[in-house]
Design a protein around this ligand. Sequence first.
Ligand code: SF4
Length: 275
Amino acid sequence: MNKNVLDQAIDYLEYSKNLSGEYLFFETKPISAQLAADIPQLLTNQEVPTLPIKKEEIAETKTTAPPTVPHPSSLHYEESVDPTWKDSQTLPELKQKIQNCVRCPLGATRTKFVFGEGNPNADIMVIGEAPGADEDAQGMPFVGRAGQLLTKILESVGFSREDVFIGNINKYRPPANRRPTNEEVAACEPYLIKQIEIIKPKFILALGLTAADTLFKKSHKMGDIRGKLFSYNGIQTMVTYHPAALLRNPAWKKPVWEDVQLLRKLYDDYLSNNK
Ligand code: SF4
C-alpha cells in the first residue's frame, strides 16, 4: 500500500475522531479513488455507517433570543471612539480606543466587546464573522462549541490558539445570531483592516462566506473558493467553512481538514524558505 495514502488515512481518522467526540463522521462519497480502495482495508473490511448529527449539536446551533442588555453609553460614534484610533501602533492601543464604539446598531445590543485574541505577531490570522452568545458573554472570540471545534481543527495541523490571532469581521454580536448586515460589516471592517495592518500576518484563514465576501468585496459560493489560495493585499488567504457550519453539517469536516492541511503545507514551505 502506498505509505502516503496510509498516513493520510490515519491522519484523517484521528482528526475526525478528535472533532467528533466518540463518533466518527464519514461522507457517503469516496474521499478519492485511491483512498476509497484503501480505507476499507484499514477498517478491517467492515463497512462504516454514516452517523447522524448529535442532538446537542443541533440544539447548539438554534438561534436564541436577542440580548436585552442595553448599551451603557448614549454616545454618538464620534464621541464613542478615540479619533486617533487609526494611528494606533499596537493591538492594546487600538482596542482601548475603539472598545466603546457605537458606530453601527450592534453597539446598542451587545454585552461585551470582542476584539480578538492571540499572538500579536502571528503569521496566521483566523477571521470569522461575528461573536455569538458565548463570545458576547465572555468578551473572547470562538469560545463556544464552534470555537472549541476551531481549536481542534487548528490543533489537527499543529497550530495552537496562541500561535495564531483569532478575530472577527464584527466586534459585537448580532442579535439572535443573525448574519451582520452590509451596513454593520462596512462600519466595522476598518477596525479589522487596522488589526491586519498591525499584526502583518503572512496568511489569513477566512472562516465562512461573510469573512470571504468582506475581504474580497464580492459574493461567492463556498464550493468555488475553498481549497484555493487568494491574495488579500499581498497576504496569502484561504477560505474554508465556518466551524458553526460544521456543527450543522459534519460532512464538511473533511473539506475543512483538506483546507487546513494545505494551509499547514503552505506555512511550512514559507518557514523553510525564510530561515
Ligand atoms: S460592530 Fe463594530 S462598528 Fe458596530 S458598534 Fe461594534 S465595534 Fe462599532
